[in-house]
Design a binder for this molecule. Structure first.
Ligand code: BV8
Length: 233
C-alpha cells in the first residue's frame, strides 16, 4: 500500500480561526516569540508564558476543524497515512485523524520540568503552583524555540519510505521540521498546498517532483488528495 506523509503547519488551522505565526508578523497574540515561546522567556516571566498558553488553550474550546483537516480522512481511509504536524492545536484529532505526530508539542498537555516523561492531559488554565508529583512547577508540553524536537527521529522514520508527501499551510521556515522532505526517497512525489508557498532550500532542490496547489487548505487539500489517490491506484 502506498505511504503518504502529510506535513502540516499553522496554515491548515487558519480557516478555523487560529492565527498563524507569519500572518501576525511574528507576534503571537501581540507577544514577541522570544518572550513567550523560549526557555529564556519562561525563566524570565513564567506568568506571561502561562497566560499566553492559557489563552491559546482556551481558544481550542471554541474552534473547529475545517474542510482542510477533514479532506485528509479520505487519504487515511485508503492509503498508509501519517500526519506530521508543527501545530500544537488538536484540530487534526477533532477532525477524526488517528496517526498524528505533534513535532512541536500539544496545547492540551503539560509536563514536569523535573521529569519530562511525566506528561498530563490538561484542558484548563495552568497556573503558578500547579505542581507535578515530584513537586516541580508544571510547564506547557510545547517545544520552544531553542529546544530539541524529541519526535524528529520518529518523523524521519516515516519520511524515508514515503511515496507521497503532502505539505499543507506551512512557510517551511522552522527547522528541523522544514528539512523533513530531504529524507524522502528520490522518487517520492511532493504536493504543497498554500496560498503563498515558499520554497526553502530543500524544496527548491526537489522542484522537479513538486506540485503546488496555490490557495487555501479548505478548498485545495481535497484537490491534492484526489490527485494522490488517482496516482496511487
Ligand atoms: C532546535 C511551538 C536545536 C511553539 C514551535 C536560524 C536559521 C535557521 C534555524 C534557526 C535559526 N535560529 C534558530 C534556529 C532554529 C529554530 C528555527 O527554525 N527558527 C526559525 C524561526 C528561524 N528552531 C528551533 O529552535 C527548533 N529547535 O532547532 O533545537 C536543538 C537541538 C538539540 C538540542 C537542543 C536544541 C524548535 C522549533 C520549534 C519551535 N516551536 N511551536 C508554539 O506554537 O507556541 S514552531 C511554531 O512555528 C509553530 O509550530 C508553527 O507551526 C511554526 C510556524 O511555522 P508554520 O506552521 O509554517 O506557520 P507560519 O505562520 O510560518 O506559516 C503559515 C503558512 O500558512 C504560510 O505559508 C501561509 O501562507 C499559510 N496559510 C495562511 N492561510 C492559509 C495558509 N495555508 C493554507 N490555508 C490557509 N487558509
Amino acid at each position: 500500500m502506498k505511504k503518504v506523509c502529510v506535513l502540516t503547519g499553522a496554515g491548515i488551522s487558519a480557516e478555523s480561526g487560529i492565527k498563524t505565526f507569519r500572518d501576525a508578523d511574528g507576534l503571537w497574540e501581540g507577544h514577541d516569540v522570544q518572550e513567550v515561546a523560549t526557555p529564556e522567556g519562561w525563566a524570565r516571566n513564567r506568568a506571561l508564558v502561562l497566560e499566553f498558553y492559557n489563552q491559546r488553550r482556551a481558544q481550542l474550546r471554541s474552534v473547529k476543524p475545517n474542510d482542510g483537516h477533514r479532506a485528509l480522512l479520505k487519504l487515511e481511509d485508503q492509503l498508509d497515512t501519517v500526519i506530521i504536524t508543527q501545530n500544537v492545536d488538536n484540530l487534526h484529532e477533532k477532525a477524526g485523524s488517528k496517526h498524528i505526530i505533534h513535532l512541536h508539542g500539544e496545547l492540551t498537555k503539560v509536563r514536569s520540568q523535573r521529569d519530562p516523561s511525566i506528561v498530563l492531559e490538561w484542558e484548563d488554565d495552568l497556573n503558578e503552583g500547579d505542581l507535578c508529583t515530584l513537586g516541580s512547577q508544571l510547564r506547557p508540553h510545547i517545544v520552544w524555540f531553542g529546544e530539541g524536537v524529541p519526535k524528529l527521529e520518529e518523523a524521519i522514520g516515516h519520511m524515508v519510505d514515503a511515496d507521497h508527501i503532502l505539505i499543507i499551510g506551512t512557510s517551511m521556515q522552522v527547522y528541523p521540521a522544514a528539512s523533513l522532505t530531504a529524507y524522502a526517497p528520490n522518487q517520492a512525489k511532493i504536493y504543497y498546498v498554500d496560498p503563498n508557498p515558499q520554497l526553502n532550500y530543500e524544496l527548491s532542490r526537489q522542484e522537479d517532483r513538486l506540485k503546488i496547489f496555490k490557495g487555501p487548505a479548505g478548498t485545495k487539500v481535497k484537490e491534492a488528495v484526489e490527485l494522490i489517490l488517482t496516482a496511487s491506484f
